[in-house]
Design a protein around this ligand. Structure first.
Ligand code: 4GO
Length: 251
């Protein structure tokens, strides 16, 4: 996959993308990252990328022309028809299903805004999709763009090794992850759940499915409502809640 990013801070993007799974995917040429700076597409002496908002008010707005030229430069290095995605709180909330859809594409361009955002006419005429990480405001779109890139790249074939596999991730089944433990067996009074030391893989898998269901029900009930549990999942959840009530009773 070829990924374009439009940013006034290109080194912020390229530096973050050197690390971890995304960095390894670049070095193995499973992805290519092409970063364009709108400031390189200005024609005035001050290399102006922003201007005052029509109608007044605080802050500045990113100008149409440098953005259009930067996006065009990125598109020239990408396959035809790649969507231009703008990150902003006004976008559709990004989730694992969107990550899976984007991971099918040969490429995409992510636009990271700064200041108060970009000229609305650029969104209307050039942006294919507006995405948000959630109901909060960032001072720039770069970190949101990097989150989308990370979520998408780790789904690409060959990016994760067998032991890192994305197949068992949180959300791949529409549920939160089960809890994880490693050595030592005891931290103060807190012991690792005994079933995880049993070596009985069928019981361990069942316990993990039960925990994933129980935690999702307690922390994110809307995930459970979306799923429509089958009889086995409902039985596991009932068992989790019964054990939960026993625990509460003991405290
Ligand atoms: C994205 C971008 C929040 C998000 C942003 C988000 N804030 N919730 N800020 O995904 C335009 C200028 C948007 C700053 C950018």
């Amino acid at each position: 996959m070829r990924i374009g990013v439009i940013s006034l801070f290109p080194e912020m993007v390229s530096t973050i993308a050197e690390y971890g799974v995304v960095g390894r995917a670049q070095r193995r040429e499973l992805i290519a990252l092409l970063v364009e700076n709108p400031r390189d597409f200005t024609d005035d002496a001050h290399r102006t990328v922003d201007d005052r908002p029509y109608g007044g008010g605080p802050g500045m707005v990113m100008k149409y022309a440098p953005l259009a030229a930067a996006v065009q430069a990125a598109r020239e290095k990408l396959p035809q028809g790649c969507p231009l995605i703008y990150l902003s709180p006004q976008g559709k909330v990004f989730d694992q299903a969107i990550a899976r859809r984007l991971a099918e594409l040969p490429g995409m361009v992510l636009l990271a805004g700064r200041y108060e955002g970009i000229d609305e006419r650029f969104i209307e005429s050039q942006v294919d999709e507006e995405l948000s990480l959630g109901d909060f405001v960032l001072s720039g779109g770069e970190i949101a763009a990097m989150a989308v890139i990370d979520a998408v790249v780790r789904l690409l074939p060959g990016v994760l090794g067998d032991d890192e596999s994305a197949a068992q991730d949180s959300f791949m089944e529409g549920l939160l992850d089960y809890p994880h433990y490693t050595r030592p067996e005891k931290v103060g009074d807190n012991e690792v759940p005994k079933v995880l030391l049993s070596g009985d893989h069928a019981r361990i898998e069942r316990w993990r499915r039960k925990q994933a269901l129980g935690r999702s029900f307690l922390r994110r009930p809307e995930l459970i409502e979306k799923l429509e549990l089958d009889d086995e999942q409902q039985a596991l959840l009932d068992e989790f809640l019964k054990e939960q009530r026993l625990k509460e009773h003991r405290q």
